[in-house]
Design a protein. Structure first.
Length: 365
């Protein structure tokens, strides 16, 4: 077996273990943070500080009986949770965790890329896979043979399509600004600090990192709000509104199949925050302290900085969930179609004009 195959297998198992561990940690953190904001204790029985509560819940779901409704479409009912989980793993594959690591093994130089697949059309790959998640929710609602999941599926189809349009439009200025659709190249385009031709301003902005969040702050705001709606988190969780739809699209799911939906939701949360950090917050960029730390630890520091940025955004997700009430359905649609899409189109036009003037100069000059 060649070294390349071994490295690929090791990367696949590491990614699987990382995502599962992240999910367990994220669910525990969300429960603890929300409990603290609501003056409650949160999970505190299983393990120290209740950190094993998520693992206990996962084992419980795996041992539960899987019940299928009599009127369910069997094939689509089984396919829906698979369609929810598989794209979430594939999206993580294109997120660059850091620059390539060069190692020497048995006199042979080996380069280990810290990204599952460095695609030159990574942005399109991300948008395509995030669209597939819509099908899982719609199929789960339609195939259950029950009215409450069906209503959740219909809501999902309208909501996700609306906010995917705004999300895609908010990424176009970033692509124009970076000059590439490769996730790795987008991160590399954010290296360094801002500059200005005016000496006074240059002295001020030279301390600010050249992250896309500063020149593309409107695109960042639109993408972040759209990402919350895309993963069906509060205040955009109308797909599974308990007060109206019992459990929404997954009302009729139990046991392992329900756990697959649950796992996919939290992996998608992590993916969205990591991608937001990649597009707008410099991704893995940060000090590596190569003069003080051992070479291997210094090489892994970029992944640490990406993790810090990702969990910072995840905290904002949880904070919003504990703070804001759920929107009405008409408010949700109005925000998407009448606010976010027009603003993203205007911002795309402004970005194109500014970049055109920077590249070619004023038309009358």
């Amino acid at each position: 077996m060649s070294i390349d195959i071994i490295i690929s297998l090791v990367k696949a198992f590491l990614i699987l273990g990382l995502l599962l561990t992240n999910t367990i940690l994220l669910i525990w953190l969300e429960r603890k943070v929300v409990a603290g904001m609501q003056s409650r204790v949160g999970p505190d029985r299983a393990g120290p500080f209740g950190i094993l509560q998520t693992l206990a819940d996962a084992i419980k779901l795996l041992l539960k009986e899987q019940i299928m409704p009599l009127k369910a479409d069997r094939a689509m009912y089984i396919l829906a949770p698979i369609l929810a989980l598989v794209p979430s793993f594939l999206i993580f594959m294109i997120i660059p965790l850091g620059p390539d690591i060069d190692l020497e093994i048995n006199g042979q130089n080996i380069t280990i890329p810290l990204v599952g697949a460095d695609l030159n059309v990574g942005v399109l790959f991300f948008l395509a896979l995030s669209s597939i998640a819509v099908y899982s929710v719609v199929l789960a609602g339609w195939s259950s043979g029950s009215k409450y999941p069906l209503l959740g599926g219909v809501r999902a189809s309208a909501q996700m399509i609306s906010y995917e349009a705004a999300m895609g439009l908010s990424l176009v200025p970033v692509i124009l600004y970076s000059g590439s659709m490769s996730m790795t190249e987008i991160v590399k385009s954010q290296e360094g600090h801002l500059s200005s031709p005016i000496p006074f301003l240059d002295a001020i902005v030279s301390f600010i990192p050249k992250w896309n969040v500063f020149p593309q702050f409107v695109a960042f705001a639109i993408f972040f709000v759209a990402s919350i709606a895309e993963v069906n988190r509060a205040p955009f969780d109308l797909v599974e509104a308990e007060q109206e739809l019992v459990g929404g699209f997954h009302t009729e799911y139990s046991g392992f199949r329900f756990a697959m939906f649950f796992l996919a939701e939290y992996i998608n949360m992590f993916n969205m925050c990591a991608i937001t950090a990649t597009f707008f917050l410099g991704g893995w960029l940060g000090p590596t302290f190569s003069n003080f730390l051992p070479p291997l630890i210094s090489a892994l520091m970029p992944a640490f900085w990406l993790g810090i940025k990702t969990f910072g955004l995840l905290f904002i997700y949880v904070w919003i969930r504990a703070t804001l009430p759920r929107l009405r359905y008409d408010q949700l649609m109005e925000l998407g179609w009448k606010r976010m899409i027009p603003i993203s189109l205007i911002w795309l036009l402004l970005t194109s004009v500014v970049l055109g003037i920077r590249e070619f100069g004023l038309p009358w000059s």
